[in-house]
Write a new protein. Sequence first.
Lengths: 217, 162
Amino acid sequence: MITASKHKQNLETILESGLIAVIRIQSRESLQPIIKALHLGGIKAVEITMTTPGAMEAVREASQLYKDKLIIGAGTVLDPHTARTAILAGAQFIVSPVFHADVVSLCRSYSVITVPGTYTPTEILTAWEAGADIVKVFPAPSLGSSYFKDVLAPLPQVRLLPTGISLDTIEEYIKAGVACLSAGATLITPQAVANGDWDSIRDLTIAFLAKIKEARS
Amino acid sequence: MITPKRKDRNLQIMLDSGIVAVIRAQSSEQLIHVVKALREGGVKAIKICRRYSTIIVPGAYTPTEILTAWEAGADIVKVFPATSLGASYFKDVLAPLPQVRMSPTGGVDLNSVTDFIKAGAACVAIGGNLVTKKALAEQDWASITSTAQAFIQKIKEARQPS
């Protein structure tokens, strides 16, 4: 169970670290070494996407293995059924590529951090009003960092999270005012996964986090 | 009347060829209104089309709109205007939503069609870049035939695994 104070604490940890690592892979074998590499690199929040084979068991396993060390969440959650199942498996935050009001209200029922996906300013504010903890803007690269600065001018009260951020673009997005970032294939690169090069994922995580700190100061 | 079997066959033909030619006799404003109406009343339009087993391709722009249209029963989701989003948008959206068929629409031309197909588009819809104003004015029907052939060839090539 997640209490309201745990929810607040998790949210603070995610916002402070500024980065959610998104795992979207085709086979389950690389899952544990990837999470280990991310953990060694200092990551705080890991999102396991529901397109990953055996995703729900992966959430359960990782939640138990990294209890009190990592905040494990479920991504690509498209409906309340998947959200509830993931929460029961131990997910501490729920991310979606779309805004689905029922998913947001379900997460609020259980004090689980909810990060719905949006694209337009209207979708962003609708998701925020519905009770999103952080509003994901997806896919961010097609919008660019200036979009975030523009949206935050009239809507400074909203926490925004751009997706698909790479090491080169961190600074401009942080400076544009985003609350935190998420990175999938740009952090857990397909080459690293194919070659089993876990050290490179660890090193890239360290670099991402350092860059965020630097851009914020 | 269209039977479900006929509809499935039509859809398969559409997807196999990978191209929908958009002929617009009226104004482009009209299209914007139609798309807007479809976006706003999309679910209702989809219901009517399903009732009569017609292929339905509603317009959408954001991932939320795309999934809403798909959940409502769209056969293909038209993403409009596609040029302002770029081919990478389709690749990005298909990562979490690989189950959706998308058709980029608006400004797709012979230069960009390869990128859109490689990004995972189920098919593309081409209007002014296929049935060009020039061809219509000059009644140059042969040029429309050759442009159609060029598009189909590009789509075929783009679909080959690289």
